[in-house]
Design a protein around this ligand. Structure first.
Ligand code: HEM
Length: 146
């Protein structure tokens, strides 16, 4: 069970980061180029990024409770007893990623309120962009590529 969830979370991370990157780059190009916000490309790309992030959130939450590096690490060692590497996995990565996915969801909800394409692109660019930066700041890179 743990191995399957961990592998899923690990592979889904590539997809989530790639789609998020494309959604942010697309929104910035749409904003800078003063383009129309299309239902076919722009909406689909932003929605796909949102869905993948939400799936990753659910998988991450399950992983948090089945992994020895998640909640059980806090139970065993207490907050103060965690090394910085253990704190990254058990506290910083989950907390910051939940925050990032909240920001991405806010960006998606906000974009729907606007009719103007520029405002839609701006909402996606800012909120998805901030989300992406937060996610990148707390990836356990060493463990991922090991
Ligand atoms: C888009 C959001 C997220 C991305 C891109 C992401 C990515 C990753 C990556 C690349 C790893 C290392 C995987 C490996 O060692 O092969 C990891 C580990 C982990 N993630 Fe996430 N994650 C996200 C969200 C979350 C959330 C929301 C939670 C929990 C609430 C979470 C909990 C964990 C835990 C507990 C581990 C350590 C697993 C272990 O070593 O047993 N992740 N994550």
């Amino acid at each position: 069970m743990y191995e399957i969830i961990q592998m899923l979370h690990s592979y889904l991370a590539y997809v989530a980061l790639a789609i998020l990157f494309f959604a942010v780059a697309n929104a910035i190009m749409g904003l800078v180029g003063n383009k129309m916000f299309t239902m076919t490309k722009d909406l689909r790309l932003s929605l796909f990024a949102l869905i993948i992030c939400h799936i990753q959130l659910v998988v991450g939450l399950i992983l948090y409770f089945v992994s020895v590096n998640g909640f059980s690490a806090i139970q065993e060692f207490g907050m103060g007893g965690l090394t910085s590497a253990a704190r990254l996995l058990a506290v910083e990565h989950p907390f910051v990623n939940i925050l990032a996915i909240i920001l991405i969801t806010v960006g998606w909800s906000r974009h729907k309120k606007f009719l103007d394409g520029n405002k839609k692109f701006k909402s996606i660019a800012i909120f998805y962009g901030l989300g992406l930066i937060l996610i990148l700041s707390r990836i356990p890179w060493g463990q991922w590529f090991n």
